[in-house]
Design a protein around this ligand. Structure first.
Ligand code: TXA
Ligand code: MG
Length: 347
């Protein structure tokens, strides 16, 4: 069975016996409600332009501890702090370099996170004990409305359990967190679909810590200087690399390898995520999920495709693996290849 994967938000919503409120971004009262809950120290999932974030008041230690606990994230893995504008930076960072201003002017609000020196008064809980802070002003109009209504800064990792696939819809959020958080504010599907680019501005040469929608070339053009960048698919930065994965085993390979692997592995079933035409003759043991061939469109459906592949595998009675076609090794695919390397193994 082959299906073209055009993602649309479904209406299946289970909210954990009513313990997680379903709020709608189209209702101004619900946006205020989300803000009030955050101010009261509750956890609320909020849409950003990258993925849904699980928000907590960044100045409320108890709320932050609840955030680590609920996400099952170790307390040395810090949160990105979301601010309403560049003017909020001095609340969190010190010795803010000119580079930060240049990048914020060019890319904020938007999917770029700046790592800066932490201001002295900032609580270690939000920075995981580091002397740096990570800050971004998100572009999603609903997130910005919540920031303004709450008048706080918001710590927000992706709204999923640690080591699982990030959520790009409210349904994905509820899959992992229904009943465990106060509310989810539903605003449909996230535009970019992969997390923000993270750049370190504390060292002599700016360095990308995590690839994302803002590419190395875009950063270099605005800064007018070289930006270091790790190999998108390498695991060379211990501690920084978090692996997450679909619930079923997931492998990445070339299209040719996939076609061969399916034939030589007769007892299994497969959910195949690909972007090139797939030819597997006379074999019905797979579901195919076809993603767009352009990196930007591919990225925005990538996590949703992994969620979908898991669902397809669960509907199959036999043993099932997820096979994902590796994208080209060109810079516009850096963000996707980085996420893919973290979500899969090589056979
Ligand atoms: O797009 C995004 O960035 C999403 C949405 C919700 O905004 N958030 C997100 O958060 O991806 P998270 O928790 O996955 O990002 C954590 C990463 C860390 O792996 C690290 O690279 C960087 O942000 N980071 C966070 N706090 C830091 C700190 N204090 N110093 C240095 N890097 C930090
Ligand atoms: Mg993460």
């Amino acid at each position: 069975m082959e299906k073209l994967f055009v993602f649309s938000s479904s209406s299946r919503k289970t909210n954990g016996d009513g313990r997680t409120r379903l709020l709608s971004a189209t209702n101004p009262g619900d946006i205020q409600e989300a803000a009030d809950l955050l101010r009261a120290g509750e956890l609320v999932a909020i849409p950003t332009e990258t993925v849904y974030g699980l928000g907590a008041d960044a100045s409320n230690e108890e709320a932050l501890l609840k955030l680590y606990e609920t996400k099952k994230r170790p307390q040395n893995h810090p949160f990105i702090i979301h601010v309403a504008s560049f003017e909020d930076l001095p609340k969190w960072a010190k010795n803010i370099p000119l580079r930060a201003k240049k990048l914020a002017d060019a890319f904020w609000p938007g999917p770029l996170t700046l790592q800066l020196q932490k201001a002295d008064h900032v609580n270690n809980v939000v920075t995981g004990g580091l002397n740096t802070v990570a800050l971004r002003c998100p572009a999603h109009p609903i997130f910005l409305k919540v920031l303004k209504a709450a008048n706080i800064s918001i710590a927000a990792p992706p709204a999923n359990l640690q080591k699982t696939v990030s959520p790009t819809t409210a349904d994905h959020v509820l899959d992992g967190l229904a009943g465990k958080i106060a509310a989810v504010l539903d605003a449909g599907t996230c535009e970019y679909g992969i997390e923000s680019t993270v750049i370190d501005l504390t060292s002599q040469i700016p360095q990308i810590l995590r690839h994302g929608p803002i590419s190395q070339a875009m950063l270099e053009e605005v800064l007018g200087e070289a930006v270091l960048s790790p190999d998108a698919a390498s695991d060379s930065i211990p501690g920084r690399v978090v692996h997450y994965h679909p619930k079923n085993p997931a492998l990445r390979m070339s299209l040719e390898e996939i076609q061969r692997y399916v034939i030589i592995t007769p007892k299994k079933w497969f959910a195949i995520v690909h972007h090139s035409p797939l030819h597997i003759k006379g074999d019905g043991r797979y579901v195919s999920i076809l993603l767009p061939r352009k990196s930007r469109e591919y990225a925005s459906s990538f996590y949703a495709a992994l969620h979908e592949a898991d669902k397809d595998c669960f509907e199959i009675k036999g043993e099932c693996e997820i096979l994902i076609e590796e994208p080209p090794k060109t810079p516009e695919w850096d963000g996707v290849r980085d996420r893919l390397a973290k979500a899969t193994t090589k056979p």
